[in-house]
Ligand binder design. Structure first.
Ligand SMILES: NC(=O)c1ccc[n+]([C@@H]2O[C@H](COP(=O)([O-])OP(=O)(O)OC[C@H]3O[C@@H](n4cnc5c(N)ncnc54)[C@H](O)[C@@H]3O)[C@@H](O)[C@H]2O)c1
Length: 353
């Protein structure tokens, strides 16, 4: 099934009837930004949960192609309104931002449906499941002129802000290299057992799902990055995702080594390391910062405002920035064009056979 077919029969192209839908009145600063959520799996449910603690955001309604996912969301998040269909959802007059939280193959049709309705689009990463689709989506969104943003959480994570601050102070010395390392004993991870699309080559795999965050972070911290070379180990079953991948990138002249694998015993590793001549900084388990001046890694306490947990802090700060995006204020969230730059590197790696 193509992404367009799966979008509940909705047209992927802007139509005159769609753009004639209910216009949103200018938002008063006292009024919360209205959110519509499409896709009620792991990440859509996380949005329902986390948005509830941001006073400036209000989930107005949601929809998922799977009725069971809709029922579960209503049971677990009482008060969730389920729309009759996606077009009804994005046309609601109280919706400012449409959050697209489906698997990547379906991002484009829903993003276009929302944009055609004049709604701001907040799309999950990776932007789409194919580079062609991503190029088309970026051009189509630019033509529609609706603001868009993509959910790379390192855009707002206090630990990523900390890395950026230390880099701009120059306290690591001259940057010599960046290492990205991920290992998962099981892919998809246990908590993603229901997301079987993550096992499939068509739109899943840990290179797209996880390393895209590190590529985004590198672009955020260092500027443009390009792929120099890659090697990928594929399983014999051509429908399944990669077993391992390694790649070399260059970001602002800095060499980047990337290595990723899944399967086998041992704790999962999600490590991003920046090495300077004076010190190195490392993100482990996504958001925990540690530092070395040549000795053993020692943890760094990163202020995370009201949130004791860096993961929650990252998500909450992202939602505060989503509120700013919804109000048309300045915000640090990357747009689809930047997500396309990330995806160009990721799909470049995955094109190696
Ligand atoms: N930003 C992050 O940190 C982060 C973290 C995890 C996942 N993600 C991204 O979020 C997206 C969803 O991932 P997930 O883990 O929630 O997957 P999931 O499989 O748990 O949930 C996807 C949901 O989308 C629904 N769906 C599938 N096709 C649909 C369609 N055509 N129309 C409407 N609904 C449809 C499914 O029924 C399911 O409920 C992916 O793009 C993934 O890469 C982002």
């Amino acid at each position: 099934m193509s992404g367009d077919q799966a979008a509940g029969g909705a047209t992927a192209q802007p139509s005159s009837s769609a753009s004639a839908g209910a216009a949103r009145e200018p938002l008063a600063s006292s009024e919360p930004v209205g959110l519509a959520v499409i896709g009620l799996g792991v990440i859509g449910r996380r949005m329902l949960e986390q948005a509830a603690s941001v006073p400036g955001l209000r989930v107005r309604a949601a929809w998922d192609i799977d009725p069971q996912a809709c029922r579960l969301a209503q049971a677990d998040f009482p008060g969730t309104v389920i729309a009759a269909d996606p077009q009804t959802l994005v046309s609601r007059s109280d919706v400012d931002v449409v959050y697209v939280g489906t698997p990547p193959a379906f991002h484009r049709p829903y993003a276009l449906m929302a944009a055609a309705q004049g709604r701001r689009v907040f799309c999950e990463k990776p932007l789409t499941s194919s580079l062609d689709d991503a190029h088309r989506l970026v051009a189509e969104l630019a033509e529609l002129g609706t603001p868009n943003a993509v959910n790379f959480v390192y855009a707002s994570a206090p630990s990523a802000d900390y890395l950026q601050r230390r880099l701009s102070e120059g306290s690591l010395g001259a940057i010599q290299g960046i290492d990205m390392r991920v290992f998962f004993s099981q892919w998809p991870r246990e908590w993603q057992a229901s997301a079987q699309w993550l096992r499939a080559r068509e739109q899943g795999g840990f290179v797209r799902e996880v390393l895209s965050h590190f590529v985004y972070l590198s672009i955020r911290l260092f500027g443009d990055c390009r792929l120099i070379g890659a090697q990928v180990s594929w399983p014999p079953d051509a429908t399944l995702c990669e077993l391992a991948a390694s790649a070399t990138l260059e970001c602002a002249g800095i060499p980047v080594t990337m290595s990723a694998s899944a399967g086998g015993a041992g704790p999962d590793e999600v490590l991003y390391t920046v090495r300077g001549t004076r010190a190195a900084l490392r993100l482990s388990h996504w958001y925990e910062v540690s530092e070395s001046d040549g000795q053993a890694w020692r943890p760094v306490e990163v202020p995370s405002a009201r949130y004791p947990d860096q993961r929650v802090a990252a998500y909450q700060e992202q939602l505060r920035n989503l509120e700013r995006f919804g109000r048309g204020l300045s915000h640090p969230l990357p747009d689809a064009a930047l997500a396309l730059r990330v995806q160009t590197i990721i799909e470049g790696i995955l094109s190696v056979r």
